[in-house]
Design a protein around this ligand. Structure first.
Ligand SMILES: *[C@@H]1O[C@H](CO)[C@@H](O)[C@H](O)[C@H]1NC(C)=O
Ligand SMILES: *[C@@H]1O[C@H](CO)[C@@H](O)[C@H](O)[C@H]1NC(C)=O
Ligand SMILES: *[C@@H]1O[C@H](CO)[C@@H](O)[C@H](O)[C@H]1NC(C)=O
Length: 348
């Protein structure tokens, strides 16, 4: 069953689409109707091509926005205990001179954003919220494993195409002779590949009392959390590259011959990351002063690394937990509230 996605109150609040090196952050709330495609011109920070896409694909813009939000949430989840915690979205001004240009953090943002847009648009397609796309009903027949394909498989083509158009376009217009544009385009594609290469099969059994005589199956995208985990791993193993002219083309090749060649699924970056230790508003670095750290951890969330050797302060804090829970017949669980003191460490 299809219904029209309601754009009447579409609020294109916070876009998070890398545009070149500038991230579109807070958009003023748009109360006007987006059906009126002139609203697209009112969106701040969009490149000219993105305004055209917005006008032509107005019905999908709500999903594009949702994809951007998914990307922010996921980025902040994946980086919550690192020095750079993805909270770079404090307004457009911050992004004038971003510290992460060309770095692996930027690679992650591009990948997760383009994946987020492809994901959210595809989900809207499968839910029947958009006119221009729907489920993939073409996967039919019996699989080699003996199950019957049927139902609504996620059809990624429209979501991927829209992500390519909306997220890649500003890069393309910079020309692929720019190393930064090459890097961003590669990482955008790697983000979408993280969805494509992790499609799952879901099945339902039919038959008397769950005997599963017939199994019908369809393809679904992985949960977005999984996409985030995959890309976080790619972030850890990202390849440092540099531009190299090969014939008339410019390519990005691994900086060291000791590095293995990267694939279309990997993230690449051009510039080593700063340490993100000290606040530098001009460059958009918050610094780690005031961040909560873990005194016993030797990982990135440990006070030693997170506080960059500046040390930390310890205060007492109170945690309220459910405790002494008892099962009551039938069927509830009654708990007490326990308060206990904990030490909270924050970076100097
Ligand atoms: C998937 O969507 C694309 C674009 O919306 C469409 O052209 C294509 O036929 C669809 N594929 C299937 C298998 O349904
Ligand atoms: C990230 O760290 C800054 C301080 O460096 C803090 O103000 C902000 O709330 C943190 N953001 C998230 C999403 O944890
Ligand atoms: C702190 O780190 C230790 C060691 O990695 C871990 O076991 C513990 O759960 C962490 N504590 C908190 C509050 O995250």
């Amino acid at each position: 069953q299809r219904h029209r996605g309601c754009l009447c109150s579409a609020n294109l609040g916070e876009f998070f689409i890398p545009r070149g090196d500038v991230y579109l952050a807070k958009q003023p709330p748009l109360t006007g109707a987006l059906r009126d495609s002139s609203a697209c011109e009112g969106l701040k920070g969009l490149a000219e091509e993105q305004v055209w896409i917005c006008q032509r694909q107005a019905e999908a813009m709500d999903s594009v926005k949702r994809g951007a939000e998914l990307a922010i949430e996921e980025c902040q989840h994946q980086f919550h205990n690192r020095r750079w915690n993805c909270s770079i979205l404090q307004g457009l001004q911050v992004f004038g001179k971003v510290a992460i240009q060309g770095t692996r953090e930027s690679a992650f943002i591009h990948a997760i954003s383009s994946a987020g847009v492809a994901f959210a648009v595809t989900r809207a397609c499968s839910r029947g919220e958009l006119e221009k796309c729907g489920c993939d009903h073409k996967i039919r027949g019996v699989s080699p494993e003996g199950f019957q394909w049927s139902g609504c498989s996620d059809n990624l083509s429209y979501g991927i195409a829209l992500s390519q158009a909306f997220v890649d376009n500003p890069e393309r217009s910079r020309g692929v002779s720019s190393s930064r544009a090459l890097m961003n385009l590669h990482n955008n594609e790697a983000g979408r590949k993280a969805i494509l290469s992790h499609m799952k099969v879901e099945c339902k059994c039919h038959g008397v009392s769950g005997s599963c005589e017939v199994r019908t199956c369809w393809k679904v995208m992985p949960p977005f959390r999984k996409v985030g985990n995959i890309l976080k791993e790619k972030f850890e193993g990202a390849t440092e590259v540099h531009p190299k002219r090969v014939g008339s083309r410019k390519l990005l090749v691994p900086k060291s011959t000791r590095f293995k060649p990267y694939t279309a699924h990997d993230l690449v970056y051009l510039v080593a990351s700063p340490d993100f230790c000290d606040q530098n508003p001009r460059r958009g670095v918050f610094g780690t002063s005031g961040r909560q750290c873990n005194r016993t951890s030797h990982a990135m969330d440990g006070c030693e690394l997170l506080c960059c050797g500046r040390g930390f302060r310890t205060t007492q804090g109170e945690v309220v937990e459910r405790c002494s829970c008892k099962f009551r017949w039938c069927c509830s669980v009654k708990c007490k509230q326990c308060r206990h003191l904990v030490e909270i460490h924050t970076c100097r």
